[in-house]
Ligand binder design. Structure first.
Ligand code: PAF
Length: 279
């Protein structure tokens, strides 16, 4: 496994054999099994796997959130070595955004709702850094977790709009035994908040069961999820949403595939989760 922070070294390693296919797994580090499942999928589908570890400052709209973002490079590298990654980019913020830096990517409508509405500028930062990662690695395939469903929708839109020559692959959310979606942020939950954080999965599961029994009113299903979340004393709802999975426009009646998603503060930690339901 080669580890570099310099772009020239990454490019040299990436192009050592131009015949090989490459998969890229972009990360912000503090890896968990969810990230490793992306690396494993990339391993199955490509000759070589590149991984970036970079806590991207431009996607944090709250500097306090950036300051407490968990990091453990040594453990991340050991996990990636065990998972069979080939090439790791660990740039500094100055290497990604040198002092004269002034170019950003704005994906429009699909970033204006849900996470985009709650975190102004977040997707501008995500789209910009992901476009840079695509340019540095030039992968054939890039792997993202479906837990960040809006991020996947935004990146797919950008790839299509800017004609990036690669396939974006969205991989299933990995969950803890009690259903909590794996996230690097879970480590910041207090023990009580961690216990109650299963309410997100419970709410989505309740809506899924009702949907499978034929409930098609988005309002009823949103209400059902709200009631489950409100039963957890530490939970504060940011949004609960049922949208079209690509456009992220809110639905009234469910006639096709729909994305059920939510953001909930558990104490001070903001968690997101989602499930896709197919009619
Ligand atoms: O999902 C993440 O960890 C980040 O948003 C990403 C895609 C690595 C960009 O910084």
């Amino acid at each position: 496994m080669n580890i570099y922070n310099n772009i020239a070294d990454i490019r040299q390693s990436r192009w050592a054999d131009p015949q090989l296919s490459w998969g890229l797994v972009p990360t912000m580090g503090y890896l968990h099994e969810g990230h490793i499942s992306l690396v494993e999928r990339a391993r199955q589908e490509n000759d070589r796997v590149g991984v970036s570890i970079f806590v991207n400052p431009t996607q944090f709209n709250d500097p306090k959130d950036l300051a407490v973002y968990p990091r453990n490079l040594e453990r991340d590298l050991a996990m990636l070595q065990a998972a069979g990654a080939d090439l790791i980019w660990t740039p500094t913020p100055e290497q990604v955004y040198p002092p004269e830096y002034q170019t950003y990517i704005t994906v429009e409508t699909v970033t204006q709702v849900l996470e985009g509405a709650a975190r102004p500028g977040h997707f501008r930062g995500v789209a910009t850094v992901v476009a840079k990662l695509f340019n540095v690695f030039q992968p054939h395939r890039a792997y993202f977790g479906q837990k960040d469903a809006q991020q996947v929708a935004v990146i797919k839109r950008m790839v299509q709009d800017l004609n990036f020559n690669l396939t974006v692959i969205s991989c299933p959310t990995l969950r803890e035994a009690d259903g909590l979606a794996m996230s690097s942020r879970n480590v910041n939950l207090t023990p009580e908040a961690r216990q109650q954080a299963t309410c997100l999965y419970q709410a989505l599961s309740a809506a899924k069961a009702a949907f499978e029994q034929g409930e098609r009113s988005a309002n009823h299903l949103r209400q059902m999820m709200t009631v489950v979340i409100q039963a957890a004393p530490l939970a504060r709802i940011d949004y609960i949403s049922i949208t079209h999975p690509d456009t992220l426009m809110e639905l009234e009646t469910l006639e096709q595939t729909a994305l059920f998603s939510m953001a909930v503060f558990m104490g001070k930690v903001r968690l997101i989760d989602n499930m896709q339901m197919v009619s």
